[in-house]
Design a protein. Structure first.
Length: 101
């Protein structure tokens, strides 16, 4: 996993375990960023990390829900994170700026 994707993953983990450390503004931006993904990929990411009001689900639970193998779901999540990590929107978010700036 490259450094940019790792930063995004760490941010999403922090959103789950320390939601109070993420401002409402940043949470709002992440909500919009997640909408850049196709619906199934977005749902997998949100449920895997248990963020933005979604219940955290295990890989096995997601795999069963999607009728895929856990490895296929994990691969999809990793690809989705990479897609988001390279967007200009994430680059602005991680820098603390507004995607509309």
């Amino acid at each position: 996993m490259d450094a940019t994707t790792k930063e995004l993953r760490e941010f999403l983990v922090m959103m789950h375990y320390k939601p109070e450390s993420v401002s409402q503004k940043m949470t709002h931006y992440m909500e919009h960023l997640s909408h850049l993904l196709p619906v199934a990929e977005e749902e997998d990411v949100l449920h895997y990390f248990g963020i933005l009001g979604h219940e955290q689900l295990s890989l096995d639970e997601l795999a069963q829900k999607r009728r895929l193998s856990p490895n296929a779901v994990l691969s999809s999540i990793d690809k989705s994170l990479r897609k988001l990590a390279i967007t200009p929107e994430w680059q602005m978010i991680k820098g603390g700026g507004s995607p509309q700036d």
